[in-house]
Design a protein around this ligand. Structure first.
Ligand SMILES: [Fe+2]
Length: 202
């Protein structure tokens, strides 16, 4: 169950619309390393996770990624408000506009629509956590690239917040991998045969 709070995790207040920036920022909504895929990845993987601590972590981070998706969508929305046909054409936003008007639709910066393949859920906790750590680094690089290309401080401020959260998620998945390997190893430490192993069961 989720409870909806009517405020963004971090404020987005963009004064100047800029459809050129909207066209690249939208990749963090519907692109291969975007927030929609991240959220669905973790909220899907949690079902096959054998350890409650890791299951809880996947649920927490998957939920936070939904909040990040909301921030990215708010940025795209604010950047495409009240555009004239001239502004749309001048920014090269016409190719998006003709299909979606100013709706926030999940596509990559390249124009490729969001795909379920971005989720990745293997049903093996070691494979999934390695996938998740890689995914967080790729999301961090995408924010790095956006920060390199954008010069509006109203946009850079929330982008830097989102970039920082990817680093935190990467670290938390690293901790989850440590918890998981400890638990897997513990079976080897404590599995013993009382007929042969002295002190077994003590
Ligand atoms: Fe993340």
């Amino acid at each position: 169950m989720w409870q909806y709070e009517k405020k963004l995790q971090y404020p987005v207040n963009i004064k100047n619309p800029n459809p050129k920036y909207a066209k690249i920022i939208i990749s963090q909504y519907g692109g291969p390393d975007g927030e929609l895929g991240a959220s669905m990845r973790y909220l899907t993987q949690r079902y096959g996770t054998p350890y409650n601590e890791v299951k809880g972590l996947l649920t927490d981070i998957g939920t936070e990624e939904l909040a990040h998706m909301e921030m990215v969508c708010a940025m795209v929305y604010q950047l495409t408000r009240n555009l004239t046909p001239e502004q749309i054409k001048a920014a090269g936003f016409d190719t998006y506009f003709v299909d979606h008007t100013a709706s926030v639709y999940p596509i990559a910066a390249s124009g490729l629509p969001w795909r379920a393949e971005y989720i990745q859920s293997k049903g093996d906790i070691i494979a999934d956590l390695h996938e998740d750590m890689g995914a967080e680094q790729k999301a961090r690089v995408t924010y790095d690239n956006l920060i390199r290309l954008i010069d509006d401080p109203d946009i850079l401020d929330p982008l830097k917040f989102l970039r920082q959260r990817e680093i935190v998620h990467y670290q938390r998945f690293g901790e989850a991998l440590g918890i998981t390997t400890d638990k897997l190893n513990s079976k080897n430490f404590y599995a013993c045969n009382p007929n042969f192993d002295k002190g077994c069961g003590k």
